[in-house]
Design a binder for this molecule. Structure first.
Ligand code: 5GP
Length: 111
């Protein structure tokens, strides 16, 4: 299933890219909830985290490494949130696995 993120990955839709390699793309969220709001996604299509199997765990590690790098670049390494919505009960809107990297302001407590 091709989503809006699939189209951005293929270059059919525009986005503000902040990181890209062969496997991963990171873009600025179109509706940021904080001064820094970046979406980090694998180029390979997975609906969400629940669809990822162990053969693709290295990709998840790489996404975390990209999150660390971008947190430094954007000056939020002292405090940020990295989250993924998974499935309808979470409010997931785009069915292409992505992690929100959010920071740059005091974030409300969750959990
Ligand atoms: P979800 O609820 O699926 O975890 O989050 C989807 C996110 O994608 C939302 O924060 C939304 O603002 C963002 N988004 C939706 N469409 C676009 C788009 O076309 N471009 C960008 N850059 N972000 C998008």
């Amino acid at each position: 299933m091709t989503t809006v993120f699939g189209k951005i990955i293929k270059g059919e839709l525009q986005a503000e890219k902040v990181f890209e390699n062969e496997r991963i793309l990171a873009i600025k969220d179109i509706h940021p909830v904080a001064p820094v709001h970046i979406l980090i996604m694998p180029k390979k299509e997975f609906a969400n985290l629940q669809s990822v199997t162990s053969e693709d765990y290295p990709l998840l590690s790489e996404i975390f490494a990209v999150a660390q790098k971008l947190a430094k670049e954007f000056g939020i390494e002292k405090g940020y949130r990295l989250l993924t919505n998974n499935g309808s009960d979470s409010g997931q809107e785009v069915l292409h696995l992505h992690f929100h990297l959010i920071g740059g302001k005091r974030l409300g407590h969750i959990g």
